[in-house]
Design a protein around this ligand. Structure first.
Ligand SMILES: [Zn+2]
Ligand SMILES: [Zn+2]
Length: 169
């Protein structure tokens, strides 16, 4: 959606509420399509003393298997937008300044890029998720399995590999 902001730019103390949703279900991330529901934006664009600002929150629901145990997990994330809008192309675009030389704002583009940079690096069903047993595949959040588990110190594993290589020579 493109919003024409001319009436905001030219009128001091004017404002326009924003409520809008964007379908991002075709976005592929980490082998999944996690944004199954439309992303929602709510906020306003306003002119205060000839300074035009956009304040909004963008809410998206992220649905994908837990990184550790694979259980399908949904989590809501909120991105807060607080931007100044500038018409001058001499202003430098940054995280907080948006350049809109023709007084038009492409909301789709803005929301899309803000959501992409806010996608979670880690997605867990629970911070304490125990994951799955690497031997039998049981979900350990549902209880212990009967596998004998040896704690493998990763440093010792490296050492063991090294010794094995030496013996092979
Ligand atoms: Zn989990
Ligand atoms: Zn097991």
């Amino acid at each position: 959606m493109i919003i024409d902001l001319k009436h905001i730019f030219v009128n001091d103390n004017s404002s326009q509420p924003l409520e809008y949703s964007l379908d991002m279900s075709d976005l592929e991330y980490m082998g999944e399509y996690p944004l199954k529901k439309p992303v929602k934006l709510k906020g306003k664009i306003f002119n205060k003393a000839s300074l035009v600002r956009l304040e909004a929150s963008v809410v998206f629901e992220y649905e994908a298997p837990c990184d550790r145990c694979g259980t399908n997990t949904r989590r809501e994330h909120t991105v807060t937008l607080d931007k100044s809008l500038a018409v001058s192309i001499e202003a430098e675009e940054s995280d907080t300044i948006l350049i809109t030389p023709d007084m038009k704002l492409n909301l789709d583009e803005l929301v899309y890029s803000e959501v992409v940079v806010s996608l979670p690096m880690k997605h867990l069903c629970d911070e304490e998720c125990k994951g799955i047993c690497f031997k039998c595949g049981k979900n350990l959040n549902e209880g212990e399995c009967n596998c004998v588990k040896k704690e493998i110190d990763p440093r010792l594993a490296v050492l063991a590999e090294l010794l094995k290589d030496q013996n092979d020579d």
